[in-house]
Write a protein that binds this ligand. Structure first.
Ligand code: HPA
Ligand code: ZN
Length: 376
């Protein structure tokens, strides 16, 4: 039992300890798994490779299905989660597209986006650029106003209530027709002030990036940024990376891990400062001659501008960015300085104004200093 004096001492000491300025706290880099976990949890973060529809958690699916009068072919959340078994991109995409059938109204898209942003803010994500797949929603008769409107309203509320800023990237689904992607772009362009860029996702096999050359050109002419997935271990992956960099002048590559197999492409990407949004949960391993290569480690060692991202967390064990970074730290033996470098890469390559960037970088630097870490 505490006596009264001890209680008063504890009450006085607790707020004082929290209020200590950074310079007065012991600056010790994380030295074990527990302190590494705390360091990663508190690290100011940015996320650029997260598919909003891939953050649709099973419990939200049930809630939205109920609200929309739909029934789901699973007894409960646990049974639904047990069905999330896939072994490659097509088998993953089948589950992912089936899952989004419950998204019908503006409020559904609001709830989806706000749910992700709340989770991200709780993990110290200061800024996120989020993908969405409008073609899949337009196909089901959902109006683009509902999709972009709901997400935009959630972004505004999350910025006000949670302090997390975000922007939106429209993805072309590369396994649908070029015409379908153009329809989605044309439907979305009246809302281009709600978008920051366009991307390219879904099944890459037989769908090279040049299939969308016209779309990227039109989006660029409308003032949007351009990024594209080059998924790992895909057929002709190095050719796709080359086309994306040289012909389509992509500003960023999502995944892109196979670049470690081409010194020439790595030199090109490095010289252009191209950022890579790596998602180690799903695409961390490049397979060469049947053996896995740790893409994140090799990309970092090669001096590429790599960030670490969560991709489709609801389908990947509900591991959001903190859990992904904790796992990546172990798998790729990331040092504290490298973790800071990864977030610095992210803030440096975000599609934001200079003042906003400087603010994030200053927060990251101050955080690193409180732990006695200098970015490598
Ligand atoms: N790759 C391609 N398409 C996708 C992905 C991905 O990682 N996630 C959702 N759609
Ligand atoms: Zn992706």
């Amino acid at each position: 039992m505490f006596d009264r004096r001890q209680l008063i001492h504890a009450a006085l000491a607790a707020p004082f300890a929290c209020a200590l300025p950074a310079w007065a706290r012991a600056a010790k880099p994380p030295a074990n798994a527990a302190s590494m976990g705390r360091f990663i949890a508190g690290l100011p973060k940015a996320e650029f490779h997260v598919h909003l529809e891939g953050t649709l958690e099973a419990d939200m699916k049930f809630a939205l299905a109920k609200r929309n009068g739909l029934s789901l072919p699973y007894a409960d959340v646990a049974a639904m989660k047990r069905s999330y078994v896939y072994h490659d991109l097509p088998s993953f995409l089948k589950i992912y597209y089936d899952g989004m059938q419950v998204l019908l109204t503006e409020q559904d898209f609001y709830d989806l986006a706000y749910g992700y942003l709340r989770k991200a803010a709780s993990q110290n994500v200061l800024y996120a650029e989020m993908f969405f797949d409008p073609q899949e929603h337009l196909k089901r008769g959902v109006a683009i106003e509902a999709v972009i409107g709901g997400i935009t309203r959630a972004r505004g509320d999350a910025a006000k209530s949670l302090g997390i800023e975000s922007q939106l990237i429209l993805c072309f689904m590369r396994d649908l027709s070029a015409g379908s992607a153009m329809e989605a772009l044309d439907a979305a362009l009246p809302y281009k002030d709600k978008l920051i860029g366009v991307g390219l996702d879904s099944d890459e096999k037989g769908n090279p990036p040049e299939k969308f050359a016209e779309h990227f050109a039109k989006a660029r002419a409308a003032g949007l940024h351009v990024t594209m997935h080059c998924d790992v271990n895909q057929e002709n992956t190095l050719e796709h990376i080359r086309t994306a960099l040289l012909d389509l002048k992509t500003e960023r590559i999502d995944h892109g891990g196979n670049i470690v197999q081409s010194p020439e492409l790595m030199a090109l990407a490095r010289s252009r400062g191209i950022p890579f949004t790596v998602c180690p949960t799903f695409s961390g391993q490049v397979i060469e001659d049947g053996r896995p290569i740790n893409a994140l480690r090799q990309m970092l060692d090669a001096g590429l501008k790599v960030s670490v991202n969560s991709d489709d967390p609801a389908y990947m064990g509900s591991e959001y960015i903190t859990e992904v970074l904790i796992r990546a730290q172990k798998d790729s033996t990331l040092t504290p300085a490298e973790l800071v470098r990864i977030e610095r890469n992210a803030f440096e390559t975000a599609w934001i104004p200079a003042q906003q960037r400087d603010g994030y970088l200053a927060r990251l630097k101050a955080y690193a200093q409180t732990w006695g870490v200098t970015a490598g």
